[in-house]
Write a protein that binds this ligand. Structure first.
Ligand SMILES: [Zn+2]
Length: 82
């Protein structure tokens, strides 16, 4: 598997799941304990719809480490490419 790129960009309010490139991955960051976790963009797109804004899921995320609902930043990064 190729190494993960360090390139990280924050998702804007205008971006929907359909706007993501195939190699891009999504992750959520907890502002309370700084825990970052990759989230399943395909499962989320299926659940909320390909055309819904990615940031709309932010209030629904909960941090598994500190149990707080402070997962307010969803970013994207380049996943491994073949
Ligand atoms: Zn946390």
């Amino acid at each position: 598997m190729a190494k993960l790129r360090v390139y990280i960009a924050f998702v804007t309010n205008l971006e929907a799941f359909i706007d993501l490139a195939s190699y891009e991955i999504l992750f959520a960051v907890c502002t309370e304990c700084s825990r970052a976790k990759q989230i399943d963009r395909y499962e989320l797109a299926k659940k909320y719809g390909l055309y819904s804004p990615i940031n709309a899921i932010r209030p629904k995320l909960k941090c598994n480490a500190c149990d707080r609902k402070t997962v307010s930043v969803v970013g994207k990064a380049n996943g491994p490419r073949d």
